[in-house]
Write a protein that binds this ligand. Structure first.
Ligand SMILES: Nc1ncnc2c1ncn2[C@@H]1O[C@H](COP(=O)(O)OP(=O)(O)OP(=O)(O)O)[C@@H](O)[C@H]1O
Ligand SMILES: Nc1nc2c(c(=O)[nH]1)N=C(CO)CN2
Length: 162
């Protein structure tokens, strides 16, 4: 199987957020594939459930020969190792790794939806995604990440973290 470009969103809003994201990136490059592109870290207001601490978010890209399911099981394992416990929908977490795109594949299984079904509704996702891949085309919406960001009505706060 050929190498496929995959975009992953990392998020953390509990504990040592910056150190956890760095560890997640290290584990991904050791166990899955080298990280090709990496956005800035962004501090982002909580989306969905707003009564929780601010997140740090980052988008990275890798080139992998793993299938989407194999990749998901690796990222879930890394989440577990980094101490993720609760699985409340949209709730606070030490680490979250979401698969945004797996090349131009469209997939709807019980465990995996590709592209990530809410990516175009979320400024905390689109800002870092458009930073590293502005021209990448969403295979369902047929718009680039930059176009999706320009059209996104989410007005929650997203700022570069340094
Ligand atoms: N594209 C995807 N990337 C990661 N997990 C996915 C994806 N599509 C479906 N899932 C499933 O979602 C589960 C994770 O759900 P979780 O509770 O973390 O959702 P969430 O991150 O709170 O919400 P959201 O999906 O809106 O970001 C995973 O165990 C996985 O089976
Ligand atoms: N800002 C921000 N808000 C969120 C995030 C996230 O990563 N960043 N993840 C969520 C669960 O998917 C719910 N809300």
């Amino acid at each position: 199987m050929n190498q496929q470009s995959v975009f992953l969103l990392l998020g953390a809003n509990l504990g040592e957020r910056e150190a956890t994201l760095a560890k997640a990136t290290d584990l991904i490059s050791e166990r899955i594939a080298p990280v090709m592109l990496q956005s800035h870290l962004y501090e982002t207001a909580p989306w969905g459930v707003t009564d929780q601490p601010a997140f740090l978010n980052q988008v990275i890209s890798i080139e992998t020969i793993l299938t989407p399911e194999e990749l998901l099981s690796q990222t879930l394992e890394i989440e577990k190792q980094l101490g993720r416990e609760r699985r409340l929908r949209w709730g606070a977490r030490v680490i979250d790794i979401d698969m945004l795109y797996y090349s131009d594949q469209i997939l709807d299984t019980e465990n995996l939806h590709l592209p990530h079904p809410r990516l175009h509704q979320r400024r905390f996702t689109l800002v870092p995604l458009a930073e590293i891949a502005p021209d990448f085309l969403h295979p369902v919406l047929h718009k680039t990440n930059q176009e999706l960001l320009n059209e996104c009505t989410d007005d929650s706060q997203v700022s570069v973290f340094d």
